[in-house]
Design a protein around this ligand. Structure first.
Ligand code: GLV
Ligand code: MN
Ligand code: MN
Length: 416
């Protein structure tokens, strides 16, 4: 077994940064971000880039039935289950260059660093790019990891449609035609551990001047859709009292929801992120409105209570329209494995990297994989904590530092 630090020293900061620069060309936006929707042509381009790099290093590539893409560096024991690391390559519509991509490229850099340092591990180590983490095109997000973990049935997910009516199964087939990779049968296999690196997407590490976030868990999250039906009418002739204006009802419902979800310590996260109003004509009183809700909190009981309040608000504020609220996704809070948390913290300390324990406010593929095997996450700072924004930024030295911790942790887990 190699001495502690040999793998970390082989991490190449410039190579890692250059890979981010190259990946950011797929789906590049004019304001310096990326729009790389799940299973789009841009996603296929990113897959081809990663697979090409992998093949040039002699790593094997495979894809499973939901399109998760794996890059494998063999271990000395061909019968041992692998240790896995990665994140996602899809982005928000106005996304940044690091959300998700960093975790994939850090995992790939870890494989390269082990190769360069000539370190053999007992178990194989695989890098993964999970399909559709963001959920901005196809809902639910964290879909590839969710199917892998048995949380979502594959057959149901293949039928999910995007807002243009394209079925995920068709988009997946198209993507795999454009970015072919050897098929791995089914979806899901035994894992010895999973570690995901990610930018923090919040301001704590930067504010506290720490390089490494030792992630202890992920808060619970829920998504809903509220659908309100009114009656279309002429905007010039219909008196207020005779209208069933569903957008007016939506604003009453939304205002009551914002008020009900404001908590004293600002822990409950409540977001209305997409509103659709139909028929969408300036001079017709709208007859259909829908909006999405994303709500998160570390406690499932609090989420249950808030969910009951949202239901009561919809029922109480819709008249004269009618309204329903439907839950689309519920993911329970995740607590990461204490041994992986200790290993991340201990490795950061050994590498003399300042660190702090912290929960994750954002969702990650690790929340599903934590149900399967010992799992943890490593955060690095991002500029002003800004993410889900084209100006998202991170420092090359911080990205490399997180990768140094990652490779040591992976090597340790792969020799257990
Ligand atoms: C992932 O981007 C999330 O919504 O937390
Ligand atoms: Mn992400
Ligand atoms: Mn994201």
């Amino acid at each position: 077994m190699a001495e502690t630090g040999a793998a970390a020293r082989a991490v190449d900061q410039d190579r890692l940064w250059q890979r981010h620069v190259e990946m950011a060309r797929t789906g590049a936006t004019p304001r310096g971000g990326v729009n790389r929707q799940a299973l789009s042509a841009e996603d296929a381009a990113a897959r081809n880039l990663l697979a090409g790099w992998a093949q040039r290093r002699g790593f094997s590539v495979s894809t499973d039935s939901i399109g998760n893409l794996f890059v494998r560096r063999a271990g000395s024991d061909p019968t041992a289950s692998p240790v896995l690391s990665g994140s996602h390559m899809d982005s928000q519509p106005t996304g940044g260059r690091f959300d998700g991509m960093y975790g994939v490229l850090a995992a790939f850099e870890a494989l390269e660093a082990l190769e360069d340092a000539g370190i053999t591990t007992r178990r194989p180590i695989e890098a993964v790019a999970w399909t559709n983490e963001e959920g901005s095109r196809f809902q639910p997000g964290a879909m590839g990891s969710g199917v892998f973990a048995g949380q979502y049935p594959l057959a149901d997910m293949l039928q999910v449609k995007d807002w243009k009516g394209v079925a995920l199964g068709d988009a997946l087939a198209e993507t795999l035609r454009a970015a072919p990779a050897p098929a791995r049968s089914g979806c899901g296999f035994g894992l010895a551990g999973y570690v995901e690196a990610h930018i923090e997407q919040g301001p704590r590490l930067e504010n506290e001047r720490r390089t490494i976030g030792v992630v202890t868990g992920i808060q619970g999250s829920r998504r809903y859709i509220v659908e309100i039906e009114g009656e279309e009418a002429h905007a010039g002739t219909t008196p207020r009292a005779a209208r069933k204006d569903c957008f007016a009802a939506a604003t009453r419902i939304a205002a009551a929801m914002y008020a009900a979800t404001t908590d004293a310590d600002d822990t409950l996260r409540f977001t209305i992120g997409r509103v659709e109003v139909g028929p969408g004509s300036p001079n017709t009183v709208p007859g259909r409105t829908s909006f999405t809700i994303d709500m998160r909190h570390p406690s499932d009981e609090t989420l249950d209570r808030a969910e009951r309040e949202l239901g009561a608000i919809v029922a109480g504020h819709a008249a004269p329209c009618t309204a329903v609220i439907r839950r689309i996704v519920a993911v329970a809070p995740t607590a990461f494995d204490p041994t992986v948390i200790d290993l991340v913290r201990g490795t950061a300390a050994k590498l003399q990297l300042s660190n702090m324990d912290m929960p994750s406010g954002a969702g990650h593929d690790a929340m599903h994989i934590a149900r399967l095997c010992p799992t943890g996450m490593i955060f690095v700072p991002c500029e002003r904590g800004i993410s889900h924004n084209e100006i998202e930024n991170a420092a090359p030295a911080d990205l490399a530092a997180g990768t140094r911790v990652l490779v040591e942790v992976l090597a340790h887990l792969a020799n257990r």
